[in-house]
Design a protein around this ligand. Structure first.
Ligand SMILES: Cc1cc2nc3c(=O)[nH]c(=O)nc-3n(C[C@H](O)[C@H](O)[C@H](O)COP(=O)(O)OP(=O)(O)OC[C@H]3O[C@@H](n4cnc5c(N)ncnc54)[C@H](O)[C@@H]3O)c2cc1C
Length: 324
């Protein structure tokens, strides 16, 4: 039986793995079969991760995370968790392949997924003008004309934030009124750089190397039009990836896994959660990494509190020393 299994290979999962591996807990990381490395695998330049003053490509950053975890003995399996049994002292993890692993503790670091428009162009131009994160990518759009899709609080927040960089921000919304709170609406309406495009759905994104415009469909008249923009921010919501823990772990009203205070402790002993899957608000690589640290330290503390089986010899005893 393993001491610890970590589910997810984004910044939270790999950081938890680095800490757990350095504590000689020999973590097993279930990295996913097709999405190993997490959300940053979908992006190009990351300019806000500390330690890389020139910036770094998302996939290169995640390769460094993985190499660092493996250097200390983390084992990585490229498979998906199909089901989990989290109650009791022994946790069982069943993978897509049918393989089963047991562990005394689990860290769930499965991230969250930005809702997408579902357009082929969106995938094609992801990281080349199409973005889901203004905090991450706003800086690349200085003096550009851009559009934000959405009508909720996060769309208003993104649009208002983006006016710091862009010369003009269109907010495209499929209805004629917003879902956003009054204060967020008022802020957006008062901003001279923001113009609303009502009753409109984005049905296409134009451009080869980068975004040059969007195709709009009027939801009332059916009229099709084109709008020239150099960037498109999709702000239509975010879904924490919690399906494997449904019915076992408590969730918050935001749909994230509920944890106790600033810790990573879930409602079940020995089960911890970290990264975007517990975070309805900040959702950055560095905050996810920090949260992975918290989870590894909480798991270490939990494991140390369990009754210990007698060690076989002195060399194992030395291995059990935890260093930070
Ligand atoms: C396009 C884009 C650009 C971004 N740019 C930046 C940026 O410049 N700077 C920044 O700080 N942040 C950026 N972010 C946000 C950042 O990527 C996330 O905040 C961060 O990756 C969250 O880390 P995480 O480890 O919690 O989750 P994730 O990175 O989402 O990783 C979750 C992992 O869990 C795995 N997983 C999920 N379910 C299962 C399962 N059942 N079995 C096995 N594995 C599973 C996934 O496959 C994935 O590997 C960007 C996000 C996107 C989408």
């Amino acid at each position: 039986m393993r001491e610890i299994i970590i589910i997810g290979s984004g910044p939270a999962g790999y950081t938890a793995a680095i800490y757990a591996a350095r504590a000689n807990l020999k973590p097993l990381v279930i990295a996913s079969s097709v999405e190993a490395g997490g959300e940053l695998m979908n992006t190009t330049e990351v300019e806000n991760y500390p330690g890389f003053p020139e910036g770094i490509q998302g996939p290169d950053l995640m390769a460094q995370f993985q190499a660092q975890a493996e250097r200390f003995g983390a084992e990585v399996v490229y498979d998906d968790v199909a089901s989990l049994e989290l109650e009791g002292d022994v946790k069982r993890v069943t993978l897509g392949s049918g393989e089963t692993h047991e562990a005394k503790s689990i860290i769930v670091a499965t991230g969250s997924a930005y809702r997408k428009l579902g357009l082929d162009d969106e995938e094609r131009l992801s990281g080349h003008g199409v973005s889901w994160c203004a905090t991450c990518d706003g800086f690349f759009f200085r003096e550009k004309t851009i559009a934000v899709v959405g009508g909720g609080d996060s769309a208003m927040e993104e649009a208002t934030f983006l006016t710091r960089f862009a010369s003009k921000v269109y907010v495209i919304h499929r209805r004629d009124s917003l879902k956003a709170s009054k204060i967020m609406q008022d802020r957006a309406f008062a901003n001279e750089k923001i113009e609303f495009v009502w009753n409109s759905e984005v049905t296409g994104i134009t451009g080869d190397e980068g975004v040059t415009g969007v195709i709009l469909n009027d939801t009332v008249t059916g009229e099709v039009s084109a709008l020239d923009v150099q960037g498109l921010f999709v702000a239509i919501g975010n879904d924490p990836r919690t399906h494997v823990v449904h019915g076992q772990l408590d969730l918050t009203d935001d749909g994230t896994i509920a944890v106790s205070g600033r810790s990573s402790k879930t409602n079940l002993p020995g089960v911890f959660a970290a990264g975007d899957v517990i975070d309805p608000h900040y959702r950055q690589a560095v905050t996810a990494a920090a949260s992975g640290t918290v989870a590894a330290l909480d798991a270490e503390e939990y494991l140390a509190s369990l009754p210990q089986a007698p060690l076989a010899d002195a060399s194992e005893n030395e291995l059990a020393v935890v260093t930070h």
